[in-house]
Design a binder for this molecule. Structure first.
Ligand code: SF4
Length: 222
């Protein structure tokens, strides 16, 4: 019964390849301000902010980096202080020991292999200590060269609700999205889903009656 209801809903909205462009267009209209919420003024600050954002909120990271980026301006600065001092400075973002170790390892590699600069290629970014695919994807996209699609908890939930994937694993979801999202939109697409997920398609109680995607969404309740 539940299965036939899902099949019926999928039939009602049509194939995802035909829906993806209108979905993106409507989300752009609904969230013209969708962009990364982490504050940074340089490539290095961007990388550190994204590394700190694991398992915490962007608001929390912004509070910490406001002070952090006054004190640490170059990769060398993160290595010039005892590790305990860096741990104290990022303590509020949680997992501070792990993050301090990853940041210092990354700074060392930036200096040794990349002339102190943040690389742009995904395969180089993921070599940095503590930089997983999601972090690398966010950084590459913000540097203007998205080479994948960021899949966080909002992107996963909305992609599933919108019938864009049947997968649960972020890597497989990303693969499904890469097949249908136009390349030019790879950078903005996750921001659109994240902002829509925060404002409208909320995890526990999606506000379908306020959503611009109702006729394009197989999970719509209206
Ligand atoms: S119609 Fe409802 S379930 Fe579908 S995207 Fe909008 S809020 Fe989410």
């Amino acid at each position: 019964m539940a299965r036939s209801y899902v099949a019926e809903a999928r039939r009602r909205v049509g194939p995802k390849r035909l829906r993806i462009r209108p979905i993106i267009g409507r989300l752009k209209g609904a969230h013209p301000d969708a962009q990364i919420a982490l504050r940074s003024r340089s490539e290095l600050e961007l990388l550190v902010a994204v590394m700190l954002s694991a398992q915490t909120t962007d608001v929390n990271v912004n509070k910490v980096t406001e002070r952090l980026f006054v004190k640490y301006r170059r990769p060398e600065d993160y290595l010039a202080v005892p590790v305990e001092e860096l741990e104290r400075d990022i303590y509020q973002t949680g997992f501070f020991r792990q993050k301090a170790k990853a940041i210092r390892g990354t700074m060392r590699m930036l200096l040794e292999e990349f002339d102190g600069r943040v690389p742009r290629r995904l395969e180089e970014l993921v070599r940095l200590p503590g930089v997983a695919r999601k972090t690398a994807n966010v950084v590459a996209a913000e540097l203007g060269d998205p080479q994948g699609i960021v899949v966080d908890t909002h992107v996963r939930r909305l992609s599933q609700r919108l019938g864009l994937t049947r997968e649960d694993d972020p890597v497989k979801i990303e693969r499904d999205l890469q097949r249908i999202v136009p390349r030019d939109d790879w950078g903005i697409f996750p921001h659109l889903l994240i902002w829509h997920g925060r404002r409208v398609c909320i995890a526990r109680r999606p506000l379908c009656e306020e959503c611009v995607l109702t006729e394009l969404c197989p999970s719509s309740r209206v």
